[in-house]
Design a protein around this ligand. Structure first.
Ligand SMILES: *[C@@H]1O[C@H](CO)[C@@H](O)[C@H](O)[C@H]1NC(C)=O
Ligand SMILES: *[C@@H]1O[C@H](CO)[C@@H](O)[C@H](O)[C@H]1NC(C)=O
Ligand SMILES: *[C@@H]1O[C@H](CO)[C@@H](O)[C@H](O)[C@H]1NC(C)=O
Ligand SMILES: *[C@@H]1O[C@H](CO)[C@@H](O)[C@H](O)[C@H]1NC(C)=O
Ligand SMILES: *[C@@H]1O[C@H](CO)[C@@H](O)[C@H](O)[C@H]1NC(C)=O
Ligand SMILES: *[C@@H]1O[C@H](CO)[C@@H](O)[C@H](O)[C@H]1NC(C)=O
Ligand SMILES: *[C@@H]1O[C@H](CO)[C@@H](O)[C@H](O)[C@H]1NC(C)=O
Length: 384
């Protein structure tokens, strides 16, 4: 193909920005986004009202007063048997076999769809790849992609924010333990993470304030880091220069039904968190009972959010699983139930009904599994 026609074809089929300052910039970004796509999805630009729902709130709205939907284990959307099989050569080097993919899969749409469908809080779990070279994404032993780095995914968010400057994103980053036999949250990993989060691009796109949530206006067009990691292997000056809110793993009670985590002790700023992901039902309890326990813990925190501590952050995780049970309750069953066998549905169907009763209430940040089902779930949450 002649060069010009090839260039025109490339322009016509891509998301080419209106002003193409230099083709090299354009091609470089396109390469990064292509590299990111197995986790981020194929970049697409939409400007529906849902893609820009934050436009309807004034700049001076306090973020803690808003209802902001998120996804739990956002990067697991393509963790199928095919993906697990494709990565087997790498995971076998580590001598820890992952469980069945259903145990780890919590979503079914890519990050770009989440963004365009209104999701604003993302939960990414990272560790080194097996060669200790790049920071990649896992859910437990599930290697979600060997090639997609945190860096590349961040560029996907940056690009989307350029297209949607009214929106504010929140990124929960957490070190995922037990990914592999020799994995370690060591100084090399922490150092690499630090440089990723303090690069020129990150300084531009991340909100730079520390341990406080301000107004929507201050957060628009940017990512607020929800830092679920410590840099405990590095000098404290590293930690001091990281922005965002710190939720130390040491203070985040595992399977906590009712966590109060003070992220700013000087100003007494506390987050009220529910992360009861594994209902402690009696062994052998059926899925309906597990869903009931999870729904109960979730709505208990949401009812508290609606009524108490109006100026504090509430962060509720609607995601659950019960892998200890027999038969196990996978994240999908917990979120969505099992069709006509369970007429009252999973946590999501029940939350849909709950949200309809909460008109005008502040509920805070809520993290969903399989956020796109039922299809009215996020819309209903946003209309509260
Ligand atoms: C999902 O994973 C499969 C298997 O690894 C892969 O072939 C497919 O391209 C992936 N889908 C997307 C949309 O990236
Ligand atoms: C990666 O780092 C871990 C922890 O320090 C170490 O045990 C392992 O041997 C390293 N792997 C490679 C391939 O260098
Ligand atoms: C939640 O924690 C607070 C403070 O620790 C306590 O007062 C309250 O009773 C707890 N609520 C539930 C439902 O466990
Ligand atoms: C901190 O705030 C909590 C409520 O959010 C309150 O119960 C407590 O007394 C406050 N502590 C201080 C030292 O102000
Ligand atoms: C689940 O267990 C509860 C309590 O044992 C029981 O009442 C209910 O009928 C069971 N549901 C199904 C679908 O088996
Ligand atoms: C509901 O959850 C609350 C708070 O976790 C707990 O105190 C209560 O016992 C639970 N009730 C049921 C029926 O599970
Ligand atoms: C749904 O119920 C059927 C019949 O009991 C069972 O075989 C299947 O494993 C269940 N699926 C899920 C996702 O729980």
């Amino acid at each position: 193909m002649p060069r010009l026609i090839w260039l025109l074809a490339a322009l016509a089929t891509s998301w080419a920005p209106a002003v193409l300052s230099s083709s090299l910039d354009h091609f470089a970004l396109q390469k990064v986004l292509t590299d990111a796509s197995p986790i981020f999805g194929d970049y697409s630009h939409t400007s529906t009202s849902k893609a820009e729902w934050m436009k309807k709130y004034p700049d001076d709205t306090l973020l803690v007063h808003m209802n902001i939907p998120g996804t739990h284990d956002s990067a697991t959307w393509n963790y199928t048997q095919a993906t697990q099989d494709a990565n087997r050569g790498i995971t076998e080097l580590n001598q820890v076999a992952p469980p069945v993919p259903e145990a780890l899969r919590c979503q079914q749409l890519p990050l770009i769809d989440m963004l365009n469908m209104g999701i604003r809080v993302f939960d990414l779990r990272y560790a080194f790849d097996p060669t200790n070279t790049s920071i990649i994404f896992y859910h437990s032993q599930g290697l979600l992609s060997e090639t997609v780095s945190l860096d590349n995914v961040l560029f996907g968010f940056y690009r989307w924010l350029d297209d949607h400057p009214s929106e504010a994103l929140f990124l929960s980053l957490q070190y995922e333990g037990s990914t592999a036999k020799y994995a370690s949250n060591n100084a090399a990993l922490q150092n690499k993470l630090f440089y990723t989060l303090t690069s020129a691009a990150a300084r531009h796109y991340f909100v730079q304030t520390k341990n406080r949530l301000g107004t929507l206006g201050q957060a628009r067009g940017k990512i607020t880091l929800l830092r679920r990691f410590d840099l405990d292997r590095l000098p404290s000056s590293y930690t001091d220069s990281l922005p965002g809110l710190h939720f130390s793993p040491s203070q985040w009670e595992d399977n906590g039904v009712n966590i109060s985590l003070t992220y700013n002790s000087k100003e007494n700023l506390t987050a009220y968190i529910e992360d009861y992901y594994q209902p402690l039902t009696p062994f052998g309890s059926n899925a309906t009972e597990n869903i009931q326990w999870k729904y109960n813990a979730t709505t208990t925190n949401l009812i508290k959010a609606a009524a108490q501590h109006q100026d504090s952050l509430f962060w509720t995780w609607a995601s659950g699983t019960n892998t200890l049970n027999a038969p196990p309750d996978w994240p999908r069953t917990m979120a969505l139930g099992n069709g006509s066998l369970m007429p009252s549905g999973g946590v999501n169907q029940r939350l849909l009904e709950f949200f309809k009763q909460q008109k005008g209430k502040r509920l805070g940040m809520v993290m969903f599994d399989f956020f796109d089902q039922p299809s009215e779930l996020v819309d209903t949450f946003l209309q509260i």
